[in-house]
Structures are given as C-alpha cells and as structure tokens.
Design a protein around this ligand. Structure first.
Ligand code: MN
Length: 201
C-alpha cells in the first residue's frame, strides 16, 4: 500500500506560540504530502512498494540504483516528518524523566549541555537538514544529517529530531534559526521520546 501523510496528533495551532499555525499547515499539508507523493511514485512497481518506510530507508543501497536518490530524499522526508509530528505536543517541553533523563545526563553531562549540543548541531547544519538525538547501538549521541537523510541509514535509531529546513521556521523566525530551535524545545513530547528510547536501550 502506498504511503500517506499521517494526521497531526493535535490541531494546527496547538503548538502556538512556539510553532505557528501557518507554518504547520504548509509544512504538514504541502511539504510532507509532496514527499509522500514522490516516494510513492519512485517505489511504485518495485518490490519495496508497501514496505515500512524505516525498512526501506535502512536498506537504500539495495534499491534499484535509479530509484535510490528519489527514495533517499522523499522517502526520507516521509520518515523524518512522520517522526517529527509525533515528537511534539501542546504543553510539551520541559525535561524528560526516568531512564532517558539518566542516559542524557550520562552522555552529555546535563540536560542543558544536551540542549546546547542539539542547538549547536542544528545551527551549524549548512543548508537544509536535521539535528537528532540518536541511540547508536551503545549509547546516546547527537548527530546532524543533511537534507532528508535519516540516522537509520547509518545504523542509528533516531529518538527525536529537529527539522532545520527553512520551511520549518522561516514564516515566523526568518533567518533566526537559533531562536526557532530554542522555541522548538518547548514543544518536545518527552513521553514519546522516552518510549522510543525504551524500545532500543
Ligand atoms: Mn520539514
């Protein structure tokens, strides 16, 4: 079955004032839809048609060579955005608790140090991409990816990522990507991130 854009698990304006309604509408309804449409077109008629997107992105190298770029970019866009919507919630932010909080402190020194590392990674990403908290098989790490690349393609498990493409923030924040990343932290659904951590740790 072809991919489709999942409904937002909250209203378009639910992340105000951190992420504005106009950005959410165009980001979810237009950008994510375009990734889905192009990924479906690229995979149609191949043996990967209908496979879970995580599995497809983890095995990009086994796709027909003339499909790999389209699937990397658009299948990656579908995967990244599906994770992204679920990683935010109205009234989010704050700090995680439990095993994830302990693991963040162990890996980065403190939650504030972790936040600083995500922000630095997102700000330093030249052009479009993402900054991620991942589990790399042995522990937590912060990594950046270009364009719509997902850490799954590098054998890592993404726990939460912030979209630093200009389409994610330019309407409200213009060139101020650091301010957008600060604001995004006020939307993070740490329960969802903890759930992902528990599944791999
Ligand atoms: Mn995006």
């Amino acid at each position: 079955m072809a991919y489709s854009v999942p409904d937002l698990p909250y209203a378009y304006d639910a992340l105000e004032p951190h992420i504005d309604e106009a950005t959410m509408r165009v980001h979810h309804d237009k950008h994510h839809q375009a990734y889905v449409d192009k990924a479906n077109a690229a995979l149609e008629g191949t043996e990967y048609d209908g496979k879970p997107i995580e599995e497809v992105i983890a095995n990009l190298g086994s796709l027909p060579s003339d499909k790999q770029t389209a699937v990397r970019n658009n299948g990656g866009g579908h995967l990244n955005h599906s994770l992204f919507w679920e990683s935010m919630k109205p009234g989010g932010g704050g700090e995680p608790t439990g095993p994830l909080a302990e693991a963040i402190t162990a890996a980065f020194g403190s939650f504030d140090d972790f936040k600083a590392k995500v922000k630095e990674t997102g700000v330093a990403q030249f052009g479009s991409g993402w900054a991620w908290l991942v589990h790399d098989g042995s522990g937590l790490a912060v990594v950046g990816t270009a364009n719509q690349d997902n850490p799954i393609a590098d054998g890592q498990t993404p726990l939460v990522g912030v979209d630093v493409w200009e389409h994610a923030y330019y309407l409200k924040y213009q060139n101020k990507r650091p301010d957008y990343i600060d604001a995004w932290f006020n939307t993070v659904n740490w329960d969802k991130v903890s759930e992902r951590y528990s599944a791999v740790a």
